[in-house]
Design a binder for this molecule. Structure first.
Ligand code: CP3
Length: 474
């Protein structure tokens, strides 16, 4: 069967990367494309639920302010009045240590302090860890020399990198949980050059990370909030982009089962048959991309064998009447070091939780409270097949144990995001380099998504739009 009409570009996958690509094509007047999405909605893991005055994010709750591309997009879409900074005046992140929420020192950027005095006062660290922080600045020349001696593509794990600078206690207590709060994975496997490139660069330039941050701080005295979101939720960003895409270009609930290069064009198979295209943009989760590619390019298929962890997000909303009996400490939330998991035994252990009503304004009715809890890493797979009520029960019990007895929430919801967060393991950048080399040799074939150059919203918006522009240019 051959489709009668012929369209130029197929975009497979309607998550944030695919939608950004389609949006950018449409915005530039290029309507000759089709966007295929397996599920019934666009946006992938970006989903906002509005109920009883609560704005509940089911996936990401914000983007990292430092990365400008999501904000630029929001401005372009006329969403300026919607842009909302996190409440950084009360920004504080806790670590769960021996059952207690212990605050991280306020001046930390990831595991690096901008103010060493803060470390001295912190109950978080032993005397040995404090000493390691003090010494790091004095070892600048040593770090710089070893960075210079390393071949540029040589990689090491995040754990090795942090341990060289600050020792094992800081690595386990702080770097582990913080990176789990971004990459959901094991810092002994994660690649330093891929997931903490700015710090690797600081080492090359200054040797000491403490010195580097102090220099940067004195150079740019900007104090913008760490996180940014939209008042009505991140789904608005997807909806506004979608509004620019002609509805006739969208194929929802239409998973692509196969794609093949045949007689000078791409054949894309779905339940409604075959359609032909000059070019195909594969914007699917990496395990899907791998499956679609492996049949006709086994080398690329193997390179796309990138593991991705699953996440389970649980939200508990408490109406103002209920919230008066809930106590959360001042701050954005807490992270649970992996080492704490072993204490719990069989029960899937939390990765983190956010106190949403404190992190952002406009999320709850006056006096209400909203807590989001995350399972990931080793724990999420155990929960993917459990029903909502047992996940809710388990989470309620665990949060009550940490925060004090919680009342039954007014709203409770669960979202499962299987294999949603690719792991950038040691050698990631070299692997991606090879993937791109091979892809360039395949006519009209393009890969985009969170498995390659960044996992957050801004990076995906940037890459989707850049890809669209290079398609338009060629
Ligand atoms: C558990 C988890 C979270 N967030 C995430 C996970 C991983 C698990 C998964 O999704 O599968 C994922 C995440 N977190 C962050 C990103 C964006 C990364 C990027 O754009 O580069 C991504 C993709 C920013 C962040 N997320 C976090 C940081 C560290 C911020 C800091 O330095 O304090 C960053 C940059 C910390 C974080 N992250 C989380 C909490 C509860 C906290 C601490 C409290 C809070 O702010 O809510 C939740």
């Amino acid at each position: 069967m051959r489709a009668a009409s012929r369209s130029r570009i197929a975009i497979i996958g309607g998550g944030i990367a695919g939608v950004s690509t389609a949006y950018e094509l449409s915005r530039n007047g290029h309507a000759d494309f089709v966007l295929y999405e397996a599920s019934a909605r666009l946006g992938g893991i970006v989903e906002t639920v509005h109920q009883d005055g609560f704005v509940i994010e089911c996936g990401p709750d914000s983007w990292v302010t430092e990365k400008p591309w999501a904000r630029d997009l929001a401005l372009e879409l006329g969403l300026e009045a919607e842009i909302l900074a996190s409440n950084d005046a009360i920004r504080r992140t806790y670590l769960l240590l021996n059952g207690e929420l212990t605050p991280m020192p306020d001046s930390m950027r990831m595991m690096v302090p901008t103010d060493l005095e803060d470390i001295e006062r912190s109950p978080l660290f032993s005397e040995a860890a404090k000493q390691a922080y003090r010494l790091e600045a004095l070892r600048a020349a040593e770090f710089k020399a070893s960075a210079a001696a390393r071949p540029s593509l040589e990689d090491e794990s995040v754990a090795c990198f942090v341990e060289r600078h600050f020792g094992s206690e800081v690595t386990e207590k702080v770097a582990g949980p913080l990176l789990s709060g971004v990459f959901g994975g094991d810092i002994r496997q994660l690649s330093a050059s891929a997931v903490m490139a700015p710090f690797v660069k600081m080492e090359q330039e200054y040797g000491s990370l403490v010195v580097a941050l102090q220099k940067q701080r004195s150079q740019k005295r900007q104090s913008s909030a760490v996180f940014t979101t939209l008042k009505s939720g991140l789904q608005t960003l997807v909806e506004r982009m979608t509004a620019v895409i002609p509805p006739s270009n969208l194929r929802l609930s239409e998973p692509v089962s196969e794609m093949n290069w045949s007689r000078g064009e791409w054949e894309v198979a779905t339940r409604s048959g075959l359609a032909c295209f000059d070019r195909v943009v594969l914007a699917t989760p990496v395990h899907i991309s791998r499956r679609l590619v492996a049949r006709w390019n086994s080398e690329l298929g193997s390179l796309l064998d990138i593991e991705a962890t699953s996440a389970v997000v649980v939200a508990f909303a408490f109406s103002p009447e209920l919230a008066s009996s809930v106590q959360t400490p001042k701050g954005f939330g807490f992270l649970v070091p992996q080492s704490q998991n072993e204490l719990i035994g069989q029960e899937p252990e939390l990765l983190a939780a956010t106190f949403v009503d404190q992190k952002f304004s406009h999320r709850v009715p006056e006096g209400g409270m909203l807590i989001r809890a995350f399972y990931g890493g080793e724990s999420a797979p155990k929960l993917l097949d459990e029903d909502d009520s047992s996940i809710l029960k388990l989470s309620h019990r665990r949060l009550s144990h940490i925060l004090g007895e919680l009342p039954e929430p007014s709203i409770a919801l669960v979202r499962r995001w299987p294999r949603s967060l690719p792991q950038y393991t040691i050698g990631h950048r070299r692997r991606v380099g090879r993937i791109e080399e091979i892809s360039r040799e395949i006519p009209g074939f393009y890969l985009v998504g969170n498995a390659f150059h960044g996992v957050g919203l801004p990076d995906l918006v940037r890459q989707g739009r850049a890809l669209a522009n290079s398609l338009l240019a060629s």
